[in-house]
Design a protein around this ligand. Sequence first.
Ligand code: ZN
Ligand code: ZN
Length: 249
Amino acid sequence: MTNFLRGLLFVRKCILCGEVLTDGTVFCGKCRLEYEKLGRLPCRLCGKKQTLCRCIPESCRGVVSSAVHLFEYDEDISRRVVSLFKTKNLRVLQDFLIKELAAALSDAVGDELSHYSVTFAPRSAKNIRVYGFDQARILCEGLSDALHIPMTEPFRHARRFGEQKLLDSEKRAENAEKSYALRRRWTRESERLILVDDVVTTGNTAARLARLAREAGYSEILLATAARTPYRKNEQKSEDEECRLLKKV
Ligand SMILES: [Zn+2]
Ligand SMILES: [Zn+2]
């Protein structure tokens, strides 16, 4: 087949703006720059750039040892990337995020990687039916291949009580507590575990899974996600705000 015909049949387009790509597989030059900017934004808590930040969500304190992520789920482009990753089974985007996360994990863990297995937060059966795939499983399988570490599946879905994103924070925590359980038959192949998910928001799901993993005998849990919501010094700010508002009254 001539290159011309092949070009017509397999036209690659930027996943964000649809521009036809002459090189690269995921983004056009302009969108690529936008994406790379996300990674350079400093974490609001530790001030380090995203891939170097190891901050963990409040809810995971004491159960998760460290965390790695690629960008914050905040600005327009990050939301679009996450939404595409969650809802469209786009191989090029999956491969891209696996590669990025594998590199970030290699940097974070180095030679110690051989002490880890990798697992994921399983999507509910209903969501798998709706979208036809489990994006966290895809990330996990890809990372297992890329990092040459075993993949393990200690978690199963228990009954779910409504959509996690529609609930208030208290209900979310309660829901996450009840949503997962340990499988009966499964083998632990390492002491340490990398827990993969696409996005971490409240961290309640990760906290629940990390607690289960500890019950199962893992000594260290590293949370790895493509994106996370920005961590802000919330408490302090809201207290200040409250004082200001009270003074006004
Ligand atoms: Zn583009
Ligand atoms: Zn940080």
